[in-house]
Design a protein around this ligand. Structure first.
Ligand code: SF4
Length: 381
């Protein structure tokens, strides 16, 4: 339980120092404000969640497996996007044993379009460790969860609290924002200090009786009410009574964020090479961006038709015309690809090291081609 002196003030929001230092906080002593009511914060939030929480599929029957899969999928991805992937994934791979045994093709195909594919591979690695070291039972301790590949403090906190009822915070981007606003913090939200402060604050506010619901309530509050940028709906907020940024009228200016590094740009030339009803694909490296996925052969830079022709001839391919397929763009979190595509109809599906030839149907069903190539993929599917 949090210390009795630490908490909220029903007239002026949360003072982070006060939560940390209790009655030693000078701000509050000088203004003579009284401390209330962590209980009210919890009660309001949990009641709001009961009435307004999102009916997400992993909440229906929150087994540890479903929570683990959903939390990996939710890393850097919105819940709306995750829903169909989660339903398909857990329908086809229903437990840790099946996940540990899933091959790359199946796993990545089920993840295709969700992005950040390294998560799928780490999830399988986690399942393999759970199978080998925990008899296929997801560990119920925080330290056990943190020992799994792909599971950081947020995911461990979410699984521990939602699936096992442990009273630990789960601070993701939404909850970071809420914590910063509750305390009107001017710390850089991307820095370690803001994260540490948020974890301490949420740890103090957390309901010891319903930690899973409390954490999910905060996630939903961030997704539905305490929205990013200039649009928090403070007048609808169940914990507005405790929010310092709301009291000061500065909620839309918080959190404070340091300037992000500009996103880099890369030009690539994509070759859709067809022959005898098949299309050429190559596999990406096993590490780095889009690791292990399939793609159309592509080259760095913006090549002309003649340069593409020379390249394909150098591989020993003979073909008729090369037709331009137009340009496409794909934005990753740190990088933007500007792509120029060409279609080359080769005479024969010749054996070229690193290439496979697949029909459109095979590409649809078996090969995981990332959405970066969506524009060109749509042309053949
Ligand atoms: Fe504070 Fe408004 Fe966010 Fe509620 S919605 S936590 S009142 S900033």
């Amino acid at each position: 339980m949090p210390p009795a002196a630490a908490g909220l003030d029903n007239r002026s929001g949360i003072c982070y120092n006060h939560v940390k230092a209790g009655s030693r906080c000078r701000n509050r002593r000088e203004t003579g404000e009284t401390m209330t009511d962590i209980a009210k914060f919890r009660e309001n939030l949990l009641l709001w969640y009961k009435e307004n929480g999102r009916p997400l599929p992993w909440r229906k029957d929150p087994t540890p497996y479903k929570i683990l899969v959903s939390e990996l999928m939710l890393q850097q991805t919105r819940a709306d996007t995750v829903i169909p992937y989660f339903i398909r994934f857990t329908g086809e791979i229903p437990d840790i044993g099946a996940l540990a045994a899933a091959d790359d093709g199946r796993l990545l195909k089920l993840w295709q379009g969700l992005g950040y594919y390294g998560r799928a591979l780490r999830l399988r690695k986690a399942a393999q460790r759970i199978a080998a070291e925990f008899r296929e039972e997801i560990p119920s301790s925080l330290s056990g969860l943190l020992s799994l590949p792909g599971v950081g403090p947020y995911t461990a906190g979410a699984v521990a609290s939602i699936a096992f009822g442990l009273p630990v915070p789960a601070v993701d981007g939404n909850v970071l924002r809420i914590a910063a606003r509750l305390t009107a913090s001017r710390e850089d939200i991307a820095g370690p200090k803001a994260k540490k402060q948020a974890e301490e604050l949420i740890g103090l506010l957390l309901s010891p009786d319903s930690p899973g619901d409390f954490n999910q309530a905060l996630m939903d509050l961030g997704a539905l009410v305490c929205l990013p940028g200039s649009s928090p709906a403070c007048e609808l907020c169940p914990v507005g009574f405790a929010c310092e940024a709301y009291r000061l009228g500065i909620a839309s200016g918080i959190p404070v964020r340091s300037r992000k590094k500009a996103r880099g740009t890369e030009s690539r030339t994509v070759l859709v090479v067809s022959a005898e009803g098949y299309y050429a694909l190559t596999k990406r490296k096993e590490t780095g961006l889009l690791a292990g996925l399939w793609e159309f052969p592509n080259l760095a830079g913006q090549l002309t038709k003649e340069q593409c022709r020379d390249y394909l001839l150098s591989l020993g391919l003979t073909f008729g015309q090369i037709k331009p397929l137009g340009t496409a763009k794909h934005v990753f979190s740190h990088l933007e690809w500007e792509m120029t595509g060409y279609l080359a109809a080769a005479d024969k599906a010749a054996g070229i090291p690193g290439w496979v030839w697949a029909s459109a149907e095979e590409i649809r069903l078996r090969y995981s081609v990332p959405s970066a190539f969506k524009s060109y993929l749509n042309m053949i599917l």
